[in-house]
Design a protein around this ligand. Structure first.
Ligand SMILES: [Zn+2]
Length: 270
């Protein structure tokens, strides 16, 4: 599933090819995504210049003079740059044509979306209740400590809740909790101030590192053939259930929490 680092990498990959260019044509092959692509959308952006691209959580916002187009990659979506004459594959649902190149959306499971926002994006129902961006100063130890008070849910679910902070996917939650030596099943309300400092620092670290590594795959977004560059990462716990802990050597424990794979060290994480 595309996570925040992949979405950020996508933004950085497509921006140089599309920003400040005129969108000459919108080609929709399959409008039935998670929600239908609004039928008026092509008319609102064709002939317009793409002024800016921003990311909010895992949403991409494409800014035109007429309003903003909102794209989410869902479970299996990707955006890439291809020469306009590249034949589409089965799951290539829309193209935005900028002269000789096309921004092409591919999504086999069709859980992504392309919607139109004509007002203030932060008031849109999909964005209004999102928590702060993890890589901004707004996400800090004071904030996390305050929000966690009296919470009985597991700390792993707490940090994966997009109302608390956006973009902490399952892999990043597992990894940052290990680095902070916090047991994922612990109640969020038991986090100490020091725990919150560690956790905020480690969440920022794993996300920033992933975005940095994503930079090496940017070429994948400009090739006509390649799959999107979802990068392999150096993982300390995720996918390593039963294998030795990198700190103490004991076998890592793997459990399911709300249907998500959760791996931790019973010795190092408390
Ligand atoms: Zn350990």
């Amino acid at each position: 599933m595309p996570e925040l680092p992949e979405v950020e990498t996508t933004l950085r990959g497509i921006a140089p090819h599309t920003l400040n260019r005129k969108l000459s044509r919108v080609l929709i092959r399959q409008p039935s995504l998670r929600w239908p692509i609004p039928s008026e959308l092509p008319g609102l952006i064709e002939g317009q210049t793409l002024r800016n691209i921003n990311r909010r959580g895992k949403y991409l916002l494409f800014e035109f003079a007429t309003g903003k187009a909102l794209v989410h990659l869902g479970m299996s979506g990707s955006l890439r740059i291809v020469p306009t004459d590249t034949p589409p594959n089965t799951h290539d649902h829309f193209d935005w044509i900028f002269g000789d190149i096309a921004l092409r959306y591919h999504d086999p499971r069709r859980f992504g979306c392309l919607l139109w926002i004509d007002g203030e994006p932060n008031k849109h129902k999909l964005l209004a209740k999102l928590g702060p961006e993890p890589l901004t100063d707004e996400f800090n130890a004071d904030y996390l400590f305050l929000r966690s008070r009296k919470r009985t849910q597991a700390v792993k679910q707490f940090i994966m809740d997009s109302h608390i902070v956006v973009g902490v996917g399952n892999i990043y939650a597992n990894e940052s909790l290990f680095m902070s030596r916090i047991k994922p099943i612990r109640k969020a309300g038991t986090l100490t101030r020091k725990n919150c400092e560690d956790l905020v620092r480690d969440i920022k670290f794993v996300l920033a590192r992933s975005i940095e590594q994503g930079g090496t795959t940017l070429r994948d977004f400009v090739g006509g053939d390649g799959k999107p560059g979802y990068f392999k990462q150096q993982l300390l716990v995720y996918g390593r259930g039963g294998e030795p802990c990198t700190e103490c050597g004991k076998g890592l424990k793997e459990v399911r929490m709300t249907d998500r794979t959760t791996v931790y060290c019973v010795n190092c994480q408390t």
